[in-house]
Design a protein around this ligand. Structure first.
Ligand SMILES: Cc1ncc(COP(=O)(O)O)c(C=O)c1O
Length: 401
């Protein structure tokens, strides 16, 4: 594909990235290629393509496609776009990274762990809190990995000669702690750091530019933004991407072209959505802090919530996820969720509709007891509704707490 000259703003890049070949094709929007197989000009051409994919390389110009599980053009355009966004830095030399897309965020995280196990470095050092699925996958050892859960300042001490990966989220799910990526990269030395960037998105934070080895996303969330497409993606060095692609091909966790199209389309409005949702979340978090039924609010933008001064330095803004703890515990949380009318009581996040959920009972139910969020904690994904309507809805529901 043709490479677009680096534009000045992420907003322009989000609209145009991964679309460079469309004009030559004579189309305005991304074609959805649904072929599961491809006609082969010769046996030899097919064999060469097989060898290329088995070695983990992307398809190059002039090479035939073979089978959707190995390569698909609609997926490849989305990958190109996300890699461009995660490496965007105006007026700086381009950072070379490649994206590898998967069927879900968990498929993406699974492939990264498997790649490190396959490299003979199965030990993972992980900083909690993490999304419940990630935490449980690491704790289970299902993929042949071993895990040490540590505090952020203790990463260096936990590394052994078997350590192949450091895992963290910032902001973390569900209590929105910020972690200093550059500091953890420093502690990690030559061990690659995997940052789950689902909550921040490349609009607010680009961990590869701070030295992270892998950025992962549940693209199901902000990237798609409309709650109608599931996907995951890893953005990493070309060398690591070469290790991930054969894992994706043999394990089969591929992104389908319909979802790739929707996720790619979602990128065009990602900066706009994230900034609007963040503005509403900031107001909602400040309002929540004043409510008598609310004991504590988790939001990086509130005074005292960013002791290391990472906002502005590492992350351009506090994001659009807000957590809060009800003084009345689980019973209060149950009553509040039941009384909401505008905000939907549902798991997942990052879409245009506001959602609320109880992490300890749902998304983090699978996490070991000592790492469980409190029974009174609720997590809100702030959507695009007006802040006044959200406050009215939450205000009425909190009266039942
Ligand atoms: C931070 C984070 N990472 C990863 C995942 C897993 O993504 P998926 O549901 O697309 O597999 C989630 C899902 O909620 C998440 O919140």
């Amino acid at each position: 594909m043709v490479t677009m000259p680096n534009p000045e703003s992420l907003a322009s890049l989000a609209v145009h990235a991964g679309r460079e070949d469309l004009a030559d094709l004579g189309v305005h929007t991304m074609p959805i290629d649904l072929s599961t197989t491809n006609p082969l000009p010769t046996i030899e051409a097919g064999r060469d393509a097989y060898d290329n994919f088995a070695a983990g390389h992307p398809r190059t110009d002039g090479m035939t496609s073979v089978y959707r599980r190995a390569w698909n053009p609609t997926v490849a355009r989305f990958e190109e776009a996300l890699a461009a966004l995660e490496t965007f830095q105006p007026e700086r030399p381009p950072v070379h990274a490649e994206a590898v897309a998967f069927a879900s965020g968990m498929a993406a995280i699974t492939a990264v762990i498997l790649s490190r196990v396959a490299a003979g470095r199965p030990h993972v050092v992980a900083v909690r809190p993490l999304y419940g699925g990630t935490d449980a996958l690491l704790a289970s050892g299902l993929l042949g990995s071993e895990v040490s859960f540590v505090e952020p300042h203790a990463v260096a001490d936990a590394i052994t000669d078997r350590t192949g990966l450091i895992v963290l989220e910032t902001p973390s799910n569900p209590t929105l702690e910020l972690r200093d990526i550059a500091d953890i990269v420093r502690q990690a030395g030559d061990v690659p750091v995997m940052v789950d960037n689902t909550f921040a998105t490349p609009v607010l934070q680009r961990p590869l530019l701070l030295g992270a080895g892998f950025v992962v996303h549940s693209a199901t969330k902000y990237i798609g933004g409309h709650g109608d497409a599931m996907g995951g993606v890893v953005v990493t060095s070309p060398e690591h991407a070469t290790e991930l692609r054969p894992i994706r091909t043999v394990t089969g966790g591929v992104l389908d072209p319909w979802s790739a199209y929707l996720l790619h389309r979602g990128l065009a409005t990602l900066p706009l959505r994230v900034h609007a949702q963040q503005a509403t979340a900031s107001q909602l978090a400040a309002w929540l802090r004043e409510q008598p039924a609310v004991e504590r609010v988790f939001y990086p933008g509130l005074p005292g919530s960013d002791p290391e001064g990472l906002l502005g330095r590492q992350m351009a803004g506090p994001g659009a996820m807000v957590g809060f703890e009800l003084a009345g515990g689980f019973g209060s949380a149950e009553r509040v969720c039941g009384a909401l009318r505008l905000i939907t009581h549902a798991v997942s996040l990052g879409g245009v509709e506001s959602l609320i959920e109880h992490p300890a009972a749902l998304t983090h139910r699978v996490v070991a007891e000592e790492a469980q969020p409190g029974a009174g904690v609720l997590r809100v994904s702030v959507g695009l509704e007006s802040v006044d309507d959200l406050i009215t809805d939450l205000g009425k529901a909190l009266a039942h707490a």
